[in-house]
Design a protein around this ligand. Structure first.
Ligand SMILES: Nc1nc(=O)c2c([nH]1)NC[C@@H]1CN(c3ccc(C(=O)N[C@@H](CCC(=O)O)C(=O)O)cc3)C=[N+]21
Length: 290
């Protein structure tokens, strides 16, 4: 029987934020540079409001400036684009995040493409996606960045390991695959059309679940001793009417099979926000030519 160890993303993120705070203090002291992050939220989705509030609080906590822009759900695409252009031109703003999903009447791709790539701390702009793909310096999407940071910390060298990424989204699956490839993993990208998905997953030394379906990855999809990164954050309603957060992996079933696993909550989620701050620091430094 394998002893399954949880990967404490919450503690890891707190440590990372501590290091970021020290670097921000040095940057401000030696160069008079205070990194600034602008977050744009359209509409009043309660979960999104919680994330945006957490991001703003942690931004201030590490010594950065936080600029929050809350817009009504009926905001036009033109007005949103105008705000993005204003933030692009604002020297106090080094990072811009437009919270997704946007309302249906707004073309998300158009808005993301309007963000100056150097300020695109989500790493969603095609320029950053392309730079990551060809191995140039890029701003890298926060969730995959945080996931790979934890993998390197816990496993050391990832070279030659077989990583299976379940999910092919532009914000997690594809960039996660690129980062793992950069670490010399053998990478398989699996998705809803993959034939015999459980058998493909069972080949993984590193299994990244990023599908957005509660507990879809079952215990018997996991190779004994494998490292499981659960990117899913699904709010489900239990029979008693209470809600609870679950990942894309059946966490209890993974016990005794996985070697290491990120819990939900307390795994990848906190690292996503810490990496957003890391990207803002990186963006500020590059914009200042440091
Ligand atoms: N442009 C954009 N960039 C994003 O990065 C982005 C976005 N839009 N839209 C929404 C999703 C969601 N997201 C989360 C970040 C942290 C937690 C997080 O810290 N979760 C805690 C629990 C939070 C809770 O209890 O609800 C945890 O997993 O432990 C969750 C979700 C970033 N997103």
């Amino acid at each position: 029987m394998i002893e399954t160890k949880p990967i404490d993303g919450k503690a890891f993120a707190a440590g990372l934020r501590g290091r970021i705070a020290e670097e921000v203090a040095v940057l401000t002291r030696d160069h008079g540079l205070k990194p600034g992050l602008a977050v744009v939220l359209v509409g009043e989705d309660p979960a999104s409001q919680v994330y945006v509030r957490n991001k703003a609080a942690q931004t201030v906590e590490v010594g950065m400036a936080s600029f929050e822009h809350k817009l009504p759900v009926e905001t036009s695409e033109a007005d949103l684009l105008a705000l993005v252009h204003k933030l692009n031109a604002d020297p106090a703003v080094h990072g811009i995040l437009v919270q997704l999903p946007l309302p249906a009447h707004v073309d998300s791709m158009k808005v993301l493409s309007a963000i100056e790539p150097a300020k695109d701390v989500d790493g969603f702009h095609v320029v950053n996606a392309g730079r990551l793909a060809v191995g140039l310096d890029a701003l890298v999407p926060c969730t995959p960045l945080g996931s790979v940071m934890m993998l390197k910390h816990y496993l050391g060298n990832l070279s030659g390991l077989h990583a299976v990424v379940v999910g092919r989204s532009n914000i997690v699956g594809k960039p996660a695959a690129q980062l793992l490839l950069r670490e010399d993993c053998t990478v398989t990208i699996a998705h809803s059309r993959t034939r015999d998905l459980p058998a493909v997953c069972r080949q993984a030394d590193i299994l990244v679940a990023a599908v957005g379906r509660p507990e879809m990855v079952r215990g018997d999809w996991i190779k004994p001793g494998a490292t499981v990164i659960d990117v899913g954050i699904n709010r489900i309603t239990k029979p008693d009417g209470k809600t609870r957060l679950v990942g894309d992996v059946a966490y209890e079933e993974a016990q005794g099979i996985a070697g290491l696993i990120t819990p939900v909550p307390g795994g990848v989620g906190p690292m996503t926000i810490a990496c957003l701050l890391q990207n803002t620091l990186t963006a500020a430094r590059r914009q200042a030519g440091l």
